[in-house]
Design a protein around this ligand. Structure first.
Ligand SMILES: C[S@@+](CC[C@H](N)C(=O)[O-])C[C@H]1O[C@@H](n2cnc3c(N)ncnc32)[C@H](O)[C@@H]1O
Length: 189
């Protein structure tokens, strides 16, 4: 059932042009989660749950870890919740509706994995909103750093100056983008 839900979510994103990582970047993301073995992942920008499903599959296989994912669009968040439920992941995920920066300010637990995939100019405010609860070290991924570099220049400048940070480029087979990058930063105090 899980694979069927993932395939349907990917197909819906392609047909309705709902933004998602796509399989090339999602495989990379899953590998990062596998390596980091996080206790708590926070994702900014759920859309209808495509990237969330990829991360949840890794957490379920590992037998530990939870995901808090935030989406400002209530209709998309409702679809994501339905998709998480159909995939049998409800107990591992807390899907919240709201502005990511505001929701992140309310999270009090330690966060060891952060995925920034919401509106580009909000990456740095979101990072700053959760920074005091990031573990030492924590893995921080930012999507769309190829196509969105100008809008997130403050964020990229900060992580590249202060942390071990690498840009990973991908050829992508999506209707709306053919090449883009993910920034992987290892946050340390
Ligand atoms: C690129 S999509 C997320 C894709 C998703 N991570 C995936 O790969 O399946 C970005 C999402 O961020 C949401 N978004 C935009 N601004 C936001 C904000 N301030 N807070 C939370 N979500 C926001 C958009 O509604 C959109 O659904």
């Amino acid at each position: 059932m899980f694979d069927q839900v993932l395939q349907e979510v990917e197909a819906q994103c392609r047909t309705e042009r709902i933004p998602m990582l796509g399989p090339e970047k999602a495989k990379f993301l899953a590998g990062c989660v596998e390596e980091a073995k996080p206790s708590l992942i926070v994702e900014c920008g759920t859309a209808i749950g495509y990237s969330g499903l990829w991360m949840l599959r890794v957490l379920k296989a590992a037998g530990s870890g939870r995901l808090i994912t935030v989406e400002i669009d209530a209709d998309r968040a409702a679809q994501a919740r339905a998709n998480f439920e159909r995939a049998g992941m409800t107990d591992l995920v807390d899907s919240r509706i709201g502005d990511a920066q505001e929701v992140l300010e309310s999270i009090q637990e330690p966060v060891d994995f952060l995925l920034l995939d919401n509106n580009f100019n909000n990456y740095f405010p979101c990072f700053q909103a959760i920074e005091s609860r990031l573990t030492n070290p924590a893995t921080v991924l930012a999507d769309n750093v190829g196509i969105g570099a100008d809008a997130m220049a403050d964020y990229l400048g900060h992580v590249r100056e202060h942390y071990e940070s690498e840009t990973h480029w991908f050829d992508i087979d999506l209707p709306w983008v053919k090449q883009d990058a993910i920034e992987v930063s290892i946050y340390r105090r």
